[in-house]
Design a protein around this ligand. Structure first.
Ligand code: NDP
Ligand code: HEM
Length: 484
């Protein structure tokens, strides 16, 4: 007797056949009463959820965070207790390409972490760069539109990209990173991750600090050159997903060292750079990195759709001991992600197993499409019948004073704020001669696309000259035009 299970309908009823639809005679028309056939076809039509509007293509894995140092003087967040181990899920992604786009195209890479803590889920939704292209969420959809496809021919367009970048000088730092070989990482295992934003930490005594996260790859940085990345596209569009999956399957578990930079709360007001400006790093000379732990990815997803596609990360998932900073981009993102998930994977997306916390949920939210775990009575608060009650003491220490006019304005400039000073430091002090040569040739290659106009090329040269004269000259030479 066969040990194979019997195929069923989604209602668990034994299926009539794996091969044959019900028809009138072997050669006649099909019957509407063949519910099994109808169910298969109808369900197939509904297999896709909308892809993420950005970061559509990605892969992920499960792992463990281990905290090795005592940081209780900075934060009371329970996941950062010395010795604590917390399960996590990490999704890597590219940004601009669609779900089937090649993994090795030049792009920043997403580095989204979900920690299943004993105070619920804490998400750090970062990138492989410590900075971003813009500093106000007002410009995010415009920026992304310039990276995606034109309205007329549905093609990506480098002229459109340079138009946005050259009109938005705050992009200079991130575009410099992007155009180095770090814009084409050899694998997700060989890149750093960054929380990028500044976050608030507060300790049990109510003292506050600003913090930045750096996740340093223990595998070492490894990048492709532009030509190597292009060659991989021709061979394997899923190169990065495959690399991560195969490494973990072979027991070669990648890990990252968890570092933080800590700024005393009061330093922010007159620090030489605006510490909340997402286009800036905090130079290490001012705020050195401190190691607090390490995480390892040790388990592949068993089901890509259920674990990777249905994962939903949100910068608003913050736990006691951690809060947002006034970074305007972070503030915008606090709204954007849960809104995106309600649209993409449904109002009850937090009940999907990959997003569900590993602690009991005692929320008064109820009902809605596809909800399967509902609160019992009482369904309202406050109540006198023993329902859950908030414990504000958990958040003691998060409050701070802010006052001002309601206005629309750029950030107030700090002493050394300037869009070019930090990319200039990268060019002058950090990049090797080879890195510099590749930066120039990568920019030249990108701006040599046939759609980039002669007028735009001049603006491109001006953009790079603002960062450094030599860089501008190199780009001008490569594009065959004179630098001023
Ligand atoms: P440091 O010399 O102390 O730090 C330079 C940083 O650059 C290191 O984190 C280094 O770490 C990283 N780096 C090295 N090579 C590259 C590369 N090819 N592309 C990007 N990053 C690289 O100087 P500062 O802290 O004063 O920063 C100087 C400049 O370095 C900044 O303006 C910024 O552009 C860049 N940078 C700074 C970071 C920070 O948080 N302070 C983080 C990353 C870059 P690693 O090689 O391990 O990445
Ligand atoms: C994904 C919005 C800036 C990192 C997304 C998604 C949206 C979005 C709507 C899709 C979410 C989904 O459908 O699951 C925004 C807005 C931003 C912004 C409005 C600025 C105002 C940033 C920044 C970073 C970042 C600064 C990194 C520092 C990511 C990552 C993902 C993502 C990693 C993919 C998460 C995943 O793997 O599921 N963003 N984003 N974004 N964003 Fe942003």
């Amino acid at each position: 007797m066969s040990t194979r299970p019997v195929t069923t309908t989604d209602a668990g009823i034994p299926a009539p056949s794996d091969e044959h639809s019900q028809s009138i005679g072997p050669n006649g028309p099909l019957l509407l009463q063949d519910h099994y056939l109808i169910q298969k076809m109808a369900h197939f039509n509904r297999e896709r959820v909308p892809e993420r509007v950005v970061h559509a293509k990605g892969g992920g894995a499960h792992g463990i965070l281990q905290i090795t140092e005592d940081v209780s003087q900075y934060t009371k967040a329970s996941l950062f207790t010395k010795g604590k181990e917390t399960p996590l899920f990490l999704r890597f992604s590219s940004v601009a390409g669609e779900l089937g786009s090649p993994d090795t195209q030049r792009d920043p890479r997403g580095f989204a972490l979900k920690f299943y803590t004993d105070h619920g889920n804490y998400d750090i939704v970062g990138n492989n760069t410590p900075i971003f292209f813009i500093r106000d969420p007002q410009k995010f959809s415009d920026f992304i539109h310039s990276q995606k496809r034109r309205a007329d021919n549905n093609l990506r367009d480098h002229n459109m990209q340079w138009d946005f970048w050259t009109l938005s000088p705050e992009t200079a730092h991130q575009v410099t990173f992007l155009m180095t070989d770090r814009g084409t990482p050899a694998s997700w295992r060989h890149m750093h991750g960054f929380g990028s934003h500044t976050f608030l930490w507060y300790n049990a005594g109510g003292e506050k600090f600003w913090v930045k996260y750096h996740f340093k790859t223990d595998q070492g940085i490894k990048n492709f050159t532009d030509a190597e990345a292009g060659a991989v596209i021709a061979q394997d569009a899923d190169y990065h997903i495959r690399d991560l999956y195969d490494a973990i399957k072979a027991g070669d578990h990648p890990s990252w060292t968890v570092n933080v930079q800590i700024m005393p709360f009061e330093d922010a007001a007159d620090y030489r750079f605006n510490p909340f400006d997402l286009t800036k790093v905090w130079p290490h000379a001012d705020y050195p990195e401190i190691t607090i732990g390490r995480f390892v990815l040790n388990r592949n997803p068993e089901n890509y759709f259920a674990e990777v596609e249905q994962s939903g990360f949100e910068p608003a998932n913050l736990v006691p001991g951690i809060g947002p900073s006034p970074d305007k981009m972070l503030q915008g993102r606090l709204f954007s992600y849960p809104d995106a998930h309600r649209y993409r994977i449904g109002a009850n997306y937090q009940q999907l197993p990959i997003n569900a916390p590993k602690v009991p949920v005692h929320s008064y939210n109820k009902d809605g499409q596809m909800r399967f775990a509902n609160p019992a009575d009482p369904v309202y608060a406050p109540n006198t019948v023993g329902g859950p009650a908030a414990d504000p003491a958990l958040y003691a220490g998060e409050d701070y004073h802010v006052a001002g006019e309601i206005i629309r304005s750029a950030y107030t400039l700090h002493r050394e704020d300037d869009d070019f000073v930090q990319p200039r430091a990268l060019w002058e002090n950090v990049l090797s001669d080879t890195d510099r040569a590749h930066l120039v040739s990568n920019v030249v290659g990108h701006a040599s696309a046939p759609e980039v106009t002669a007028e735009m090329k001049k603006r491109v040269v001006e953009y790079w000259t603002n960062i450094h004269k030599d860089l501008g000259q190199g780009v001008a030479q490569g594009l065959g035009i004179a630098a001023d």
